[in-house]
Design a protein around this ligand. Structure first.
Ligand code: ADP
Ligand code: ZN
Length: 550
């Protein structure tokens, strides 16, 4: 083990001051030599759970990941944070691959991302057998299970690979999949040995859920986009044809849009995805082919232009919003036609051609049942969040206070007094919220200095372009928002900002501080104000929003 403790690692490399729910238990498990299995929703912060131990072990950590685009972004993010990491997959030319492998042999990398299909190749195996492997982390571990929708045969090779090593490293598995069958498969097929299993709740506090029964969906979509002007969002459509239509409509209005569906060439899809993740376009119109492997943390809204086929798909797709933990809105536009379309897909299911008649009938029956539950969701008069969590087998509060139905109840005063009290109590400050007519968007808590925020974003985007990395790899929206509120102009102040670690400070800190200093001079921000902020700053558990609300 190297000298740094886990808190130092978290602060120095990632710029965070505390662990989130579940992270510390998982890290402790790994550091004490146990296999672990982390089941946490998207955005909970699974990567930190293996990256922190990776930096503390003497040896190398392998991260097995199914997604080439994700590996590239993760490695770019680690490199920017001053961590030696690389990826080995089919996107490299043979020359690049062997060069990377050579560096790996020489011990240049602390963390190596690898595609499962590589594990048993001669060259990789030869490297792995002779390397000092401390830890193997299996990302998206549900891919090992045929129960899930993302089964990857390559994942079945992981166990075989581990068996070939002279000494079995610690193994960690991570997934956001909630179903029991899949979880059992992960433990069994990866042969995790007495794993510590940590499941955090599936609630995503920062997501607000809305259902719109809109007569004119196109008009409703435009209204939503208006409330989210300048923010990144995804619009999911049920068919390719509809993607094209909506895309055309939005482009005609001069909006910066990309599109994505399985009918386009690989090359075109890659380009469009890149446009969106690097913030050159704000809106992505896509079928459900888009998403898995999109590691864009600052997606502020997801619109389902059509009702999806079941709650599992809905939660997964809507869950691509707000991975950075900041508020984000999820809208589902319901129409009776969507029910028919989904029914048609179920009755004409072509994915399961190998199934015999009886098995097929049972699959269809399950699908119909799940569709029914999806339709109920769209029609419930009660809390959407509660419905969802109950569906996934979790208990939930009667009212979340921030979904479409809860907000409406508060505004129309239709909840009974006692419940209302509970509701207000549950949700804390509610008076600031307003249901934005027709769209149901939540009011964003205003943060100070939007002008400065825009300047910082512009700087970030130009640096990203220069370095050819996604913008959030430099700093996330959250970090920039904090900078625009707290106006850090010294090293100490800058390091207090969430997401600013040592290396990023060294690389980018000065440039951002220059912009902030200039802003301060131009706006003559008074010392008193700065001092007041500094005090807030000293108590990070008080979030800026709650202070501004008072
Ligand atoms: P997951 O893989 O579970 O979907 P990620 O690992 O991508 O989630 O993390 C989501 C976001 O949360 C990232 O932007 C990450 O940097 C941030 N994050 C993770 N852990 C923490 C923490 N302890 N404090 C603050 N932010 C964190
Ligand atoms: Zn609610």
């Amino acid at each position: 083990m190297n000298g740094q403790n886990k808190y130092e690692v978290l602060r120095t490399y990632f710029g965070y001051s505390s662990f989130r729910e579940g992270q510390e238990e998982l890290i402790n498990g790994i550091l004490t030599g146990n296999d672990v299995f982390g089941i946490m929703p998207t955005g909970a912060g699974k990567s930190i759970c293996y990256q922190v131990p990776a930096l503390m072990f003497d040896g190398i950590t392998l991260v097995i990941s199914p997604l080439i685009s994700l590996m590239k972004d993760q490695v770019a993010a680690l490199n920017q944070a001053g961590i030696y990491a690389a990826y080995l997959n089919s996107s490299l030319t043979q020359g690049q691959y062997f060069k990377a492998l050579d560096y790996a042999r020489k011990g240049k990398y602390k963390i190596i991302y690898v595609a499962p299909e590589r594990l048993l190749t001669e060259s990789f195996l030869e490297f792995a057998i002779h390397a000092d492997l401390s830890f193997v982390s299996v990302d998206e571990a549900h891919c090992v299970s045929q129960w899930g929708q993302d089964f990857r045969p390559g994942y079945l090779k992981i166990e075989e690979f581990l068996k070939k090593l002279p000494k079995r490293p610690i193994v960690g598995a991570f997934t956001a999949t909630a179903t029991k069958e899949v979880q059992q498969d992960v433990v069994r097929l990866l042969q995790l040995s007495k794993p510590r299993v940590i499941t955090t709740g599936f609630n995503r506090e920062n997501l607000n859920f809305f259902v719109l029964h809109a007569k004119d969906k196109k008009a409703a979509l435009i209204r939503i986009l208006r409330t989210h002007y300048g923010e990144s969002g995804i619009v999911y459509c049920i068919t390719r044809k509809l993607v094209e239509e909506v895309y055309e409509r939005l482009s005609e209005r001069g909006l910066e849009v990309s599109r994505y569906h399985a009918g386009m060439s690989d090359d075109e899809r890659r380009r469009n995805q890149e446009e969106f993740t690097s913030d050159r376009t704000q809106i992505m119109v896509a079928t459900n082919a888009f998403g898995m492997g999109i590691d864009k943390p600052d997606v502020r809204f997801v619109v389902h232009y059509n009702m999806p086929k079941n709650m599992e798909s809905y939660y997964q797709e809507a869950g691509r919003a707000g991975r950075d933990g900041e508020k984000a809105d999820c809208y589902l536009m319901y129409s009776a036609q969507d029910v028919h379309t989904n029914q048609y897909f179920i009755e004409n299911n072509r994915e399961n051609e190998e199934l015999d008649e009886k098995a097929l009938a049972s699959v269809m029956e399950k699908d119909r049942e799940r569709l029914k539950k999806m339709v109920f969701y769209c029609h419930t008069k009660f809390c959407y969040r509660k419905y969802m969590l109950n569906y996934f087998g979790e208990k939930a509060k009667e009212y979340c206070g921030s979904c479409g139905n809860c907000i409406e109840k508060i505004q129309t005063g239709s909840v009974q007094t006692k419940q209302k009290k509970q509701l207000v109590y549950d949700t804390g400050v509610l008076n600031g919220r307003k249901l934005l007519a027709a769209t149901g968007g939540t009011k964003r808590t205003a943060f100070d200095n939007p002008e400065l925020y825009e300047q910082l974003r512009a700087l970030r985007n130009s640096l990203a372009k220069e370095l050819q990395v996604p913008a959030y790899v430099i700093f996330t929206d959250k970090s920039l928002k904090e900078m625009s509120m707290y106006l850090p102009v010294s090293r100490t102040e800058m390091l207090e900002i969430q997401g600013v670690g040592q290396t990023k400070y060294d690389k980018f800190g000065q440039e951002f501080m220059n912009v902030i200093s200039k802003f301060k001079e131009e706006h003559e921000v008074s010392p008193a104000k700065v001092y007041a902020r500094a005090k807030i700053f000293a108590h990070p558990q008080k979030t800026p929003t709650s202070i501004d609300d008072k």
